[in-house]
Design a protein around this ligand. Sequence first.
Ligand code: HEC
Length: 138
Amino acid sequence: MRAALKHRRLIGPVVLIVPLLLTLPAQNGARAEQQAAPKATRTIVPLPPSRSLSASQLAGKKLFVQRCSVCHLPGLPSYSTYGPPLDGKLVASRGEAAIRELILHGSARMPGWQYALKPEEINEIIGYLQTLNFTTNE
Ligand code: HEC
């Protein structure tokens, strides 16, 4: 009689502990999977909201999105662009004149825009690039 009672007392904790033990390896497995997944090398940095831009910067944004974003804006996290990310720091470090020159004439990998964009439109694009900050993308 006494022995039977003892067993009953034991059943409670066992019922609680067994499912717990069963879930432990599953959790560890999930953690290992997370660690094995490749880390995203780039994150999407939100572009400045359009309402914070002047009319000419906004015109530059429109042109940039139409003509340049295919190579210069990451479309998805961990998606690397064909061309480097462009922002205000890059324009400052290269100098506006050199940036204008490259946009006009292009390079071996980038098309030139001298016949497709007016000088004024290139200025608008450069003005827009100066509003961008891709620090966390590097
Ligand atoms: C076909 C893809 C492509 C398009 C479209 C494109 N670019 Fe580029 N761009 C590149 C590549 C690639 C580079 C890297 C330089 C190189 O390899 O010669 C580059 C470099 C640049 C640089 C210089 C970056 C640096 O590090 O000095 C600027 C500025 C630039 N592009 C601006 C633009 C602008 C503005 C437009 C749109 C009018 C544009 N690009 C369109 C591919 C592109």
